[in-house]
Write a protein that binds this ligand. Sequence first.
Ligand SMILES: [Zn+2]
Length: 371
Amino acid sequence: MNSDKTGFVWHEIYMWHNTGNYAGVMPYGNPVQPGTHVENPETKRRFRNLLEVSGLLKQLQPIAAREATEEEILRFHTPEYLEKIKTLSATCGGDAGVFTPMGSGSYEIARLSAGGVLAALDAIMAGEVKNAYALVRPPGHHALAHEGMGFCLFGNAVIAGKHALAHYGLDRIATVDWDVHHGNGTQSGFYDDPRALTISLHQDCCFPPDSGYTHENGEGEGEGFNINIPLPAGSGVGAYGAAFDRVVIPALKTYQPQLIIVPSGFDAGAYDPLGRMQMHSGGYRSLTKKLMALADDICGGRILMCHEGGYNGDTLPFMGLAVLEELSGISTGVDDPFMEIMAGLGGQQLLPHQSEAIASAEALLKKLPNA
Ligand SMILES: [Zn+2]
């Protein structure tokens, strides 16, 4: 019988990936004073620490990360890019592409990050766990085949998805990216492939620039199998819930994936410095519930979450805890102290202009072929 446990991937060395002293997201140098890079270990450490302090961590099934093989990485990335990362990593580091600083040794860490997601996939496919959360770093959803982007070195979700198709022989997988930024890398990895339905909910025109529109709907045989849901800045739990009810869940019902991968960023949280959305832990909990109810119906509950963005170290751990509580079905009794004030922010309910934006994405459902 398959396990009903929730797997969890973590390795301290993920935190040793050094993004240097950028000023937030900006390379330093006169006139920009050196600072602290926004994608630094602290937010993720605090997420993991709250899991431990709440008592949830010891009830999750630990999954040991492994290094992704070159063959697995090359299913998505170009050999030239792989060589570039190796060379930078063996020296003093540098920029892997667009806003993607990396330090000495980051190649091995990025391999372990992609491999951590693969290990979680392996555990799900083996029936050792029902679902899993891979708290890996560096993140992956902006990385393109030929260059790093937006703090992402290797496309963790793409590499896992391609492994599910190639190694496990699945016919249909889906990705549901709720990071506040467009999952452009994941989109690009499957853009012409009908074996993957890629969905991204994100803040309209945030990052990357000029990316994530509804008209980016897949191409060739993949036409119709990429759905972007760009939401206006200021969207809260009402808009996210409606986007799930009206677009994400119906699309998944039509497509009937055998596995759902969630590039999970918490930067749609109300206080995140790199987003202008209003989500809170209750909102993420609710989205997780909706996804789980569907996954239980269509794919044996197989949900693989891999960590992406989220840059407010005070509030993010509570959003992560809420998601892990839902995935595992275990309540820790720990209340989110930020919940009340975030829930009371104006505009948490679905507003008319947000509903219009969701309607544009809803129209894409007509173009999604049946499974
Ligand atoms: Zn993000």
